[in-house]
Design a protein around this ligand. Structure first.
Ligand SMILES: [Zn+2]
Length: 198
């Protein structure tokens, strides 16, 4: 199992699970006696730690609880109260900012493989697509990507980056994608079940 933490601010991070991403907030409470991990039905994971527990130890504890979090996430996704997908405007702008932070970071990481030039990055509430690349070099991404696994996010970013060089879906294009994402076929199948195109 692969869990990743993407930093949004000192206190807030995104925790990438296999079944989706969650907002992770780490808090120190001097009155807390033990580490306490809670998953709220707005998709926030809150870890409260006593003063004597280091941030590093708390992170290791969080990552060791991945399987438990997956189970809890499946439970709340099945309940009516799960608000990750029915968000307010305020939540949208928070999620858009998170998406921008994660996508910008992953884009520069993946582009180290290609070194392609692009004009701009925009994060949008796209109804029909996960991402797109314009002929003028503008990359757009769907903010909902942050609810998916880090593997899916990386694949969509690499896909759009490769369109800067190959404006088609030819064999040359897919060979280029495979340079950064060797198992892209598997991830592509996973994404195909989501009703949005790329
Ligand atoms: Zn494409």
């Amino acid at each position: 199992m692969l869990y990743k933490l993407f930093k949004i601010s000192n206190k807030t991070k995104i925790l990438g699970l296999n079944s989706g991403n969650l907002t992770y907030i780490s808090r120190m409470n001097p009155r807390a006696r033990h580490l306490r991990l809670a998953l709220h039905n707005n998709g926030e994971v809150i870890l409260t730690r006593p003063r004597y527990v280091s941030e590093k130890y708390a992170t290791a504890f969080l990552l060791s609880k991945g399987a438990w979090l997956e189970k809890q996430l499946a439970k709340i996704k099945n309940s009516k109260n799960f608000s990750l997908l029915s968000e307010t405007k305020a939540e949208y702008s928070v999620n858009q900012a998170k998406a921008r932070a994660v996508i910008t970071e992953r884009l520069s990481y993946l582009n180290a493989v290609y070194n392609f030039k692009y004009k701009s990055i925009s994060i949008r509430n796209q109804k029909t697509r996960w991402g797109s690349c314009s002929r003028r070099g503008g990359l757009s991404f769907n903010y909902r990507l942050i609810f998916f696994s880090p593997q899916v996010i990386d694949y969509v970013i690499a896909h759009e980056l490769c369109h800067l060089k190959e404006f088609n879906h030819s064999k040359k294009f897919w060979d280029l994608v495979a340079r950064a994402i060797p198992d892209y076929k598997k991830i592509r199948r996973e994404l195909k079940n989501q009703n949005l195109t790329i």
